[in-house]
Design a protein around this ligand. Sequence first.
Ligand code: C2E
Ligand code: CA
Ligand code: CA
Ligand code: CA
Length: 277
Amino acid sequence: EEGRGGWHLFSSDERVRERMQNRVYWKEQIEQALREDRFLLYFQPVLDICTNTIGHYEVLLRMRDPRGRIISPGQFIPVAEQSGLIHSIDHLVLQKAITKQARLWSQGYKLTLSINLSGRVVDDPELVPILEDLLRTTGVDPSSLMFEVTETAAVADMMAAANLMHKIKAHGCQFALDDFGVGFSSFFHLKQLPVDYVKIDGMFVRQLVENHQDRVFVKALSEIAKGLGKKAIAEFVEDAEALILLREYGVDYAQGYYIGRPAPHIIEAPCSEGKLA
Ligand code: C2E
Ligand code: CA
Ligand code: CA
Ligand code: CA
């Protein structure tokens, strides 16, 4: 329209349209999957570095597409967060994870399950009542549940986020600050939020052995966690050498492909006594 740069404008319109179509596509996929009960949970072990045992699993969401293929949450969580469908997903994950936890405990698998909450939890007035209802009906020990929140969940409204967490913690559940270290103001958020654990982002851990800067960061992040009385978890632990360094830095827990990949079943031995080979 301005005579110059018109092509540019057109191309960015195209991109916007493509993104919109993508969004519409995934929104429909999510709605259909919710209706057809095609969401399922995977579980990834978290190693207690000190005792060399696994007593804790992170719950990771998957979608099965109409052809039976497994879709990762990176594909649909962002669209779900934009479209408001995320609340339904959060509720579904809570319901499936807590039901699973009740079954595990009744079979003697006294593990902790760590559940990811979306970046939109603070706008969800139904979350706490649903959680309370599930705790009541299943009889699950609340201290065996942990919730992972990222900074993005808190930045919009820090007070609301802290209040929500206090309310849930009053039942005995624990909290972790996920993706720690990647945000603009991780330390500020750590100071404001009542978390028991920090999960050092995988970005700092993946190349720990080769990268000197990453070692400096992880060591410092671990010391900060410890100094504040919180436990540190490192994710993306992909080899034995990284685990050795993490132990040296005083990191409490390790999660990653070296420990175990996310899987649809928990295959550990009963209780939390299974030692890692
Ligand atoms: P996250 O919470 O940071 O989860 C860690 C991601 O890293 C998982 O990807 C996990 O499979 C992957 N991972 C674990 N160990 C390794 C490793 O050693 N190397 C590498 N390269 N990757 C590893 P996933 O399952 O695709 O989940 C991606 C993100 O989707 C999660 O990041 C989380 O933000 C979100 N998400 C997953 N499940 C849920 C859920 O139930 N609800 C919500 N709201 N978000 C979820
Ligand atoms: Ca997580
Ligand atoms: Ca993470
Ligand atoms: Ca993440």
